[in-house]
Write a protein that binds this ligand. Sequence first.
Ligand code: NAD
Ligand code: WQD
Length: 343
Amino acid sequence: MHVILTGGAGYIGSHTAVVLAERGHTVTIIDDFSNSHPAAVERVRAITGANIELREADLTDSVAAAKAFAGLNADAVIHFAGLKAVGESVAEPIRYYRVNINSALNVLDQIRERGIKTLVFSSSATVYGDPQALPIDETQPVGVGLTNPYGWSKAMIEQIIRDAAVAQGDLAAVLLRYFNPVGAHPSGQIGEDPSGIPNNLMPFVSQVAVGKRAKLSVFGDGYKTKDGTGVRDYIHVMDLAAGHAAALEHAQAGVTAYNLGSGEGSSVFEVIAAFEQVSGRKIAYDVAPPRSGDVAEVVANPAKANRELNWRTELSLEQACRDSWKWQSQNPGGYLGSAQETP
Ligand code: NAD
Ligand code: WQD
């Protein structure tokens, strides 16, 4: 297949590009580098030896989107592009809705105009809000009681895709609801490179381990969980990338949603312990008040994806910590730092 990856220079997109290229698919990346670096695509080319085309475009601009899609004759699109910082979305809701919704609309226009038949969309477990029952399966309500514009934008785009698929009857759309993506490519060549202070636990922990930040704040230890800290379903980004390949290869006409998670919940203290063990570094932390909008526990029931996509996670939290540590210790300044060091 020829697959367009919007936002393919980003964290999840770059790892998915590796997996798709290694499975023999042709990959074209469209990105505006608002939260990524072209060096990531260079690294993907180096890892895979594949000739991956890169087109720079802001997909919120319909003219730029049309130009970026022109002449590609693609079979499928994986739509990763968008903004993803939950706290920032509360402070800047209009920007979040503008970027996430407009880029999705422009991508859907291109899909229809060019007769592309397969779409995979990066949704999120965040569409379930505070889950009614654990583990979460796909029958749980979506878009109920969400606490931030980022989550709402994902729920809204899911609905937009459902409506678009009714009108474009031969479209096969897959909504992938990711749980908590962590880890990096085992080579340490590509990984998560957040700008500024990381919002998410794993990049924060790895920056403490490498000495870039003094200590982690653990957001609450009074939850009703195994040790009082928040519990999440961490999924290795290489497993997540493989989930995209499976979704492309099994997509059926209509719209289908899948949870991509491991089915295992890990606490913040368990993540700290696993990271300390694989890195040999102490992770200094203190306990801070709970973060607004956080829920106690989010764990996937991935049975539907296991069954229908013939996919399951294979890599452990320890492996994810090991790979994050390798990426972080080999690239302490991320892509930009390493680009500056390279003559
Ligand atoms: P990322 O920020 O690393 O990747 C997103 C990419 O989209 C970046 O390369 C960015 O430059 C690009 N982009 C943003 N706006 C664009 C625009 N207007 N035009 C073209 N490109 C644009 O994020 P990620 O972690 O790789 O996430 C990918 C997708 O998965 C996002 O849609 C995100 O919401 C979703 N998701 C992420 C997580 C997570 O925890 N990382 C969890 C669930 C869902
Ligand atoms: C994990 C756990 C925190 C940072 C977010 C989005 C979700 C999805 C994935 C995009 C929680 C705790 C964190 C820190 C901490 N993204 N924590 N100290 O909040 O589960 O999910 O990213 O779709 O939509 O909401 O992930 O990594 O921020 O937090 O104690 O400095 O770590 O309280 O229990 P979260 P996270």
